[in-house]
Ligand binder design. Structure first.
Ligand code: THU
Length: 161
């Protein structure tokens, strides 16, 4: 038996103002997208903004459904829109902001497992890391320089061979 350890690394910024200018803009777009969420069941609003290598920004928000599992998270709404509309363009970064409709939280909200898996697919597809920034509505922002920091031992297409 051999024990193995996985170390994951992330950065914590005190506020959005500490981020590089382009990423501040990206997070502002995620905040705007959050306000467009359709979340009448959970009242938990999530916004995501994706920065492409051509400097375009693609946004998404969570879209719920009366048949609960049919809804989709903000991150996947955004990344699938990017994949569908810019299939050949490299994705540089993803910014996420999340929190309940009427309460301001400050604890950064990381993407769920299914969204991590979805973003990992695009990272592998483009062979370039995707930076992920996540926060609540206000306060600290966490950053990983690659999605895989959030999803060690990821399942990917190489296992299908
Ligand atoms: N949600 C997201 O949009 N992203 C996540 O990473 C976690 C959860 C949404 C799904 C649902 O509409 C609401 O937040 C409550 O789970």
């Amino acid at each position: 038996m051999k024990k193995q350890k996985i170390v994951t690394e992330f950065e914590v910024y005190d506020s959005i103002l500490e981020l590089p200018r382009g990423i501040q803009t990206l997070m502002e777009e995620a905040k705007k997208a959050r306000l467009k969420a359709y979340a009448p069941y959970s009242n938990f609003l999530v916004g995501a903004a994706i920065l492409l290598k051509n400097d375009k920004i693609v946004t998404g928000s969570n879209q719920e459904n009366s048949s609960y599992p049919s809804g989709l998270c903000a991150e996947r709404t955004a990344i699938y829109a990017a994949g569908a509309n810019y299939p050949k363009t490299i994705i540089k970064a993803l910014a996420i902001t999340a929190g309940p409709r009427n309460v301001i939280n400050t604890t950064p909200v990381p993407p769920c497992g299914a969204c991590r898996q979805a973003v990992a697919e695009y990272e592998q597809k483009q062979s370039e890391p995707i930076e992920v920034y996540f926060m609540a509505q206000e306060g600290k922002v966490c950053k990983v320089s690659s999605l895989l920091e959030l999803l060690p031992l990821a399942f990917d297409k190489d296992f299908l061979k």
